[in-house]
Design a protein around this ligand. Structure first.
Ligand code: LLP
Length: 440
């Protein structure tokens, strides 16, 4: 009988992944081949207990070191009604990026005062809705937005964070780098003073503190230190100059996860220890009262809990060059490898051959009309045949939200599994869905 520990690749799958008695891959107590029979492919499956345990680990690891902490899940990594409900049950806040996310949060009854809204170009409607709903924070990104908000807030008092661009490189993929000077995000260093002066002078704004976000997929704590240096020294400066006390500091999200064998980031406990120790020390050095700390994890809550399943179709061997194995999905359901290359590399196994030796090299592609329609380049797998079920690990973050209907592909169903039970949380799209918004 083969065990999970015999297959190194399984270490990057969700917590409740195992090989069952039938020698099939199982997740959350459900045989993946049964899931495929019931729900079809491509299919996204989330291990509910894995998601919940990441939420709890964040709360515990940061909370025991720094009680005045708020963990705000970033649903941009994975938004679904069931997910927002789960997050609410686990007692996390939400860090949202659009009016759409706000709308969904409202529909599921998420408490509005536990929502923090940050993006780089909010519309009048976004701001009106945020003011009306009474969000926890509106994260103001730039000076024009600040002026718009002062007008829109009217007689209401609105709690804001100013998003400061700290000018720090987080050493991640350039598309996921948001806190360097050359970035569309946040207030440029030269505008910090004007923003603070404007916010403090506005009777309808309550400047609660500052926000930064460095990027996504960080393996080091160092960039957080550098950004805290920039923001906390500035907070000390304005405390002296204006008597202003920063009450809240949001350090964004970004903590990386393990996608591939051998590329292991430090655990949450490491980031929690490093970040909170540094924050406390710097507050003492700068004579600041330690603020409420907000963290906005997305990827590290959902990436490992999610897998994607495909049926292998045509296999094309081009002698001396490469063997292509097709799937019934592609960049329409997971565009990450096409966008970010090896940064977005994922591991995979064959559900029905999980303990077979990886003898052959394949490039796994999709069924869309593009040569860039690749899910995994050059992966060793057992000898494939049409009808095999390929399971990709680490599909939980950013694959589903970045899906499209390119080539009129139907977006996959999503299932939550837990203790041997599967529940459909998003049905597969139908042809009707594709034309629902059209008229003749
Ligand atoms: N807070 C803010 C303001 C953000 O912009 C983001 C992510 C997060 C929090 C959450 O970061 P996380 O903990 O997930 O790293 N599409 C890319 C990722 C883009 C991340 C955008 N911002 C990917 O597929 O890798």
């Amino acid at each position: 009988m083969v065990k999970k520990s015999d297959i190194p690749r399984l270490e990057v799958f969700s917590l409740n992944t195992e090989i069952n008695k039938k020698n099939h891959l199982a997740i959350g107590g459900c045989d993946t081949l049964d899931l495929v029979k019931k729900f079809g492919t491509p299919l996204y499956v989330y291990d509910e207990n894995d998601l919940r345990s990441r939420c709890r680990e964040y709360k515990a690891e940061f909370g025991k070191r720094y009680p005045n902490v708020t963990i705000a899940y970033s649903p941009k990594a994975f938004t679904a009604k069931a997910m927002l409900k789960l997050v609410q049950e686990e007692g996390l806040d939400l860090d949202i990026v659009t009016g759409g996310e706000l709308g969904i949060a409202k529909i599921v009854g998420f408490p509005m005062e536990r929502i923090h809204f940050s993006n780089s170009n909010k519309s009048v409607e976004d701001l009106e809705m945020s003011v009306k709903y009474g969000l926890g924070h509106i994260g103001v990104d730039n000076l024009p937005e600040l002026d718009m908000l002062i007008k829109i807030a009217g007689k209401k008092k609105v709690k804001i964070l100013l998003r400061l661009n700290p000018g720090v490189d987080p050493h991640t993929h350039k598309y996921n780098t948001t806190g360097i000077a050359d970035s569309k995000f946040g207030l440029t260093r030269t505008t910090w003073d004007q923003a603070v002066a404007t916010a403090l002078a506005a009777p309808n704004l309550d400047l609660d503190g500052f926000h930064f976000h460095l990027g996504s997929g960080l393996f080091e704590a160092e960039p957080y230190f550098k950004a805290m240096d920039a923001v906390l020294s500035y907070a000390a400066e304005i405390k002296k100059k204006r008597g202003y006390n920063m009450k809240t500091l949001s350090i964004g999200g970004g903590i990386g996860i393990q996608y591939t064998v051998g590329k292991v980031p430090p655990p949450f406990s490491y980031f929690a220890e490093k970040i909170t120790t540094y924050l406390k020390k710097k507050c003492t050095d700068f004579g600041l009262t330690p603020p409420r700390l907000i963290i906005e994890p997305g990827r590290s809550i959902v990436a490992k809990g999610g897998i994607s399943l495909y049926t292998i179709g045509v296999i094309k061997e081009i002698p001396g060059i490469r063997t292509y194995a097709s799937t019934d999905g592609g960049i329409s359901d997971n565009i990450r490898y096409a966008m970010y290359g090896e940064f977005a590399r994922q591991e995979a196994v064959i559900a029905n051959k999980v303990s077979a030796k990886n003898t052959d090299k394949y490039t796994i592609y999709g069924k869309l009309c593009e040569s860039g329609d690749v899910l995994i380049k050059d992966i060793m797998l057992p000898k494939l045949a049409m009808g095999d079920i390929l399971v990709m690990a680490g599909s939980g973050a950013y694959a589903v939200p970045m899906q499209s209907n390119y080539n009129s592909m139907l977006r996959p169903a999503i299932v939550f599994v837990k203790d041997g039970k599967a529940r459909l949380i998003r049905r597969r799209e139908t042809l009707d869905d594709l034309i629902r918004r059209d008229s003749d």
